[in-house]
Design a protein around this ligand. Structure first.
Ligand code: GLN
Length: 456
């Protein structure tokens, strides 16, 4: 903990951390030592972590990367963190992210951008950019992130680390500041699938305080990850595993460097015994407009609670209540958040609801059905996480649509609520890391982790 706290200070210029508390971290480390001395052998006991600043914490401020929550303090801890703390992990602090998790480059944070440790002139991806960069820069061995439309997988890919978004409902959303509630999921980001498995076991599980939490017994994802497949051999641990390659995940426009690294990863999976099969997800391109209707619609509703009355920032001067709302929100929200609130309010408004929101919901179901058809032909689905490697800082700033289009490969799995991973498989242009995306059927986290672990 001492060593990492020093590294965090040394690498402050990366912009990963929004808050740190060295004294609290050292006190937690001392109590973990005491538990260890008393014979406690818990896997995560004494492991230093840091958390995306979208999870509320009672001992530190929580901002969600937004000025509207500057100096906000929650009276409770998010369930996911509560569980990680109970497992004996130490929190080094809170990590920078795009404002309310809206973004793909971590350039939408009210508290400044995060640099990609591989090349500081490039973005780390987003919205969990601080979580990804902190692991990649070895400031902390693992972090928490959230993934609504790719925010664990894409920054993991851009920084050469491993991340998993579990099936929707596996991790509690209680205390995770809501962006798009029907899509938001928490997950771990770490150096390896094995570390992700340890964290996910601790983070996940039923929570009665989240109405969409899945009711099932606690899972040991590490044991599931190690579980040998029937017919597996030492040389071919993935023997019999059918990996589907959706035609639409390898378009002609896919960057050659990304395609090369992904194909190399797939060849590696074949060597390990997996069989590659061609499948199709014909509505892949439609996932972009569908997501960018549903996510802003839900966001416009979720963000209505930030009105200057209950949480965080309130305008200093105003005429009446309505003026207070207006000024607070005008001052507190950044440009991308305002854009999404406007899109969301528009698609939900009378007269447009049927044309946009309802259509999007229907297509969402069809996208989920497409995956179920694929899973009759294969066990896992593989492809790129993103069409390119991490881009240069500032490149996407003036063109939000360009950034939206880059989410093409992560959005279908999100809309379907499926578990997905990013596993580093090589390097592309400028020596930047490339991740392989693996998607599984519902609750197949164990199988995903098993395949990723075999690759590592
Ligand atoms: N890039 C996507 C967006 O901006 C996904 C973000 C996320 O998963 N939180 O909405």
């Amino acid at each position: 903990t001492q060593h990492l706290l020093a590294r965090v200070t040394q690498h402050e210029s990366l912009g990963c951390f929004l808050h740190t508390d060295a004294d609290a971290a050292l006190a937690a480390a001392a109590s973990a030592d005491a538990r260890r001395a008393a014979g406690d052998g818990a896997a995560l006991l004494g492991i230093p972590l840091a958390h995306k600043d979208i999870f509320v914490t009672k001992d530190m401020p929580t901002t969600a990367g937004s000025k509207i929550l500057a100096n906000y303090r929650s009276p409770f801890d998010a369930t996911v963190l509560e569980r990680l703390f109970a497992a004996g992990t130490i929190s080094l602090g809170k990590l920078n992210c795009d404002e309310f998790a809206m973004g793909s480059a971590n350039e939408n944070s009210a508290f400044g951008p995060v640099a990609n440790p591989w090349d500081r002139t490039r973005v780390p991806g987003g919205s969990s950019g601080g979580s990804a960069a902190a692991v990649a820069a070895r400031l902390v061995p693992a972090t928490t992130g959230t993934d609504t439309g790719g925010s664990i997988r894409q920054p993991a890919s851009f920084t050469g680390i491993t991340g998993i978004k579990p099936t929707y409902g596996v991790c509690s959303r209680y205390g995770m500041i809501a962006f798009a509630s029907s899509l938001d999921q928490a997950g771990p980001m770490a150096r390896s699938a094995e570390d992700c498995a340890f964290l996910l076991s601790a983070m996940s599980g039923f929570d009665e305080r989240d109405a969409t939490s899945v009711e099932r017994p606690p899972q040991d994802f590490h044991a599931q990850m190690l579980q040998a497949r029937p017919g597996a051999t030492a040389a071919q641990p993935l023997k019999g595993l059918r990996i589907g390659l959706p035609l639409e995940f390898f378009p002609a426009a896919l960057a050659a460097d990304v395609n090369g690294a992904v194909r190399a990863g797939l060849a590696e999976l074949e060597k390990l015994g997996a069989t590659l099969v061609d499948v199709s997800l014909p509505r892949t391109e439609l996932a972009i407009p569908v997501y960018y209707i549903i996510a802003p619609a839900e966001a416009s509703s979720n963000l209505s609670r930030f009105d200057g009355v209950k949480f965080g920032h309130r305008a200093a001067q105003y005429d009446d209540l309505l003026d207070m709302y207006k000024k607070t929100r005008a001052e507190g929200f950044g440009a991308e958040v305002k854009r999404r609130i406007m899109i969301g309010s528009y698609v939900l408004s009378h007269g447009y609801y049927d044309a946009y929101y309802l259509q999007a919901q229907k297509l969402r179901r069809m996208i989920a059905d497409d995956f179920q058809r694929c899973f009759t032909q294969c066990d896992l689905i593989a492809g790129p996480v993103a069409p390119t490697v991490a881009w240069k800082k500032g490149e996407g700033a003036d063109d939000p649509v360009k950034a939206y289009l880059a989410d093409i490969f992560t959005l279908p799995g999100s809309l379907a609520g499926l578990p997905g991973m990013s596993v580093p498989v090589g390097f592309g242009e400028g020596g930047m890391p490339v991740g392989l995306q693996l998607l599984g059927n519902y609750f197949q986290e164990g199988q995903l982790l098993h395949a990723a672990h075999a690759l590592q």
